[in-house]
Design a protein around this ligand. Structure first.
Ligand code: ZN
Length: 430
């Protein structure tokens, strides 16, 4: 590919960019929180079909995936969990195949009065598009499709099979990406445009979710107010978990990718509920915890350490001595994943292709980051032996209020994606 070819591809992204923004706005208007993704998935299926991709739309069956590595126990049922994949079949198959993956689910938007404008009425202001999911990661889903559009507008298409995936469940289990693997989708590399500011994610932490149930009769009403209370009993347990968090983050335990991170593994108490009546000693309390773990850290060992920590802390508490806490593991049971540890030719070549495309568009080296969150990349990297490149636009306040994505960054990422496809897959005439 000559520099002139690359310039033409970038110009083609520019020519379609207004349409890309209209697409992103329409997609962001679908409130696709967990269980409510269908209308957004219908939109994606229609858009893929209109582009001539062969559309596969299916409901995830837990029985199909529950025995696979990487499966996370399901919260609720999967009656509404629908994945969509659009397949481009190359005529020549001279190049390397590619999965362009993105997740359609968004996290709950929280109280609407905390937003400056309604979260599902996206709008553009000063070069940013605002809306829940605009950054995480509907901009990425737009970039995947419009990178292909930019090639098509030039009479070109990838010279290898390409699968555009729009998956559910990324924000709670990853079972949507896992279901794509189970259905047989494989390629030589994966690109996931999660919003990490045009850097390449070369390591990501694992994430575990669990619930701690405290339930039983308070030992004696005389102890009320002195700790024999299910809600107050949660406090020393939470403190003990935070001590464990500090141990896991200690300098001696950090892998190289995280040597510069003081606190990569975060423990979050995300929800708590308990008690029935203001004047009654509460007999129950439930709290939800999210904990990170490093790439390479064994998930079963982490689980038993957490259970040990809770058991130890329970011994010293008046309520818990008689009512052992119960731990329920559901949602994310996600291992960490480090692309940096993949020494295969495939990984090296994919990173080189993306670096070259990024350099052409941005005029700078591709920076690499180790992130303190998880992405669906782990499924491809750990369980399908496929290098998974996470590279997407700049966004702010993802999971917060007034989430927004930088539109010039989206333009560059779409250009980089188109050039990456050209370098990785090669091109054939449409
Ligand atoms: Zn995301």
């Amino acid at each position: 590919m000559t520099p002139e070819d690359e310039t033409r591809i970038q110009a083609s992204v520019d020519a379609l960019f207004e349409r890309e923004l209209a697409f992103l706005s329409e997609l962001t208007a679908h409130p696709s929180t967990r269980g409510n993704e269908q209308s957004a998935q219908d939109f994606m299926a229609r858009e893929m079909g209109a582009r001539g991709l062969a559309v596969d739309r299916w409901q995830i069956d837990v029985d199909d995936i529950s025995a696979l590595p990487g499966f996370s126990p399901v919260i609720g049922n999967y009656d509404d969990a629908v994945n969509v994949v659009g397949a481009h079949a190359s005529r020549t198959r001279k190049g390397r195949s590619l999965i362009l993956n993105g997740h359609i689910d968004v996290v709950p938007e929280g109280p609407h009065d905390m937003w400056d404008s309604p979260p599902y009425a996206p709008h553009i202001d000063a070069g940013w598009m605002y809306g829940r999911g605009a950054g995480d990661m509907k901009a990425g889903l737009a970039a995947n499709l419009f990178a292909l559009d930019a090639l098509a507008a030039l009479g070109l298409r990838p010279a290898a099979d390409v699968y555009v995936q729009s998956v559910v469940e990324e924000e709670c289990t990853g079972n949507g990406a896992l279901a794509c693997l189970q259905r047989g989708y494989r390629a030589d590399a994966v690109l996931i445009p999660e919003p990490f500011n045009e850097t390449l994610v070369d390591a990501q932490v694992g994430v575990m979710w669990f619930q701690v149930h405290l339930k039983g009769l308070p030992t004696h009403v005389a102890y009320a107010g002195s700790g024999a209370n299910a809600i107050e009993a949660a406090i020393p347990l939470i403190a003990a978990l935070h001590e464990m968090e500090a141990r896991w983050n200690a300098p001696g335990r950090r892998p190289d990718d995280y040597a510069g991170h003081d606190h990569a593994l975060n423990l979050n108490i995300g929800k708590i509920a308990g008690g029935d009546w203001t004047s009654s000693v509460p007999a129950w309390c439930v709290f939800d915890v999210r904990m990170g773990l490093f790439p390479g850290q064994d998930i079963a060992a982490a689980r038993s350490e957490i259970e040990d920590v809770l058991r130890q802390a329970a011994r010293d508490n008046a309520f818990l001595r008689n009512n052992t806490p119960e731990v329920v593991w559901h949602g994310f049971q996600a291992e960490g994943y480090a692309l940096s540890q993949d020494s295969s030719d495939g990984a090296r070549n994919a990173i080189a292709a993306l670096s070259g495309a990024h350099k052409t568009v941005c005029g700078a080296q591709l920076d690499k980051v180790a992130i303190t969150a998880t992405t669906d990349a782990r499924f491809f990297g750990l369980y399908a032996d496929t290098p998974a490149l996470v590279y997407g636009p700049r966004a702010e306040a993802i999971h917060g209020f007034n989430e927004r994505v930088d539109l010039e960054s989206l333009r560059r990422v779409t250009q980089t994606t188109a050039l990456f496809i050209a370098r990785w897959c090669g091109l054939e005439d449409a």
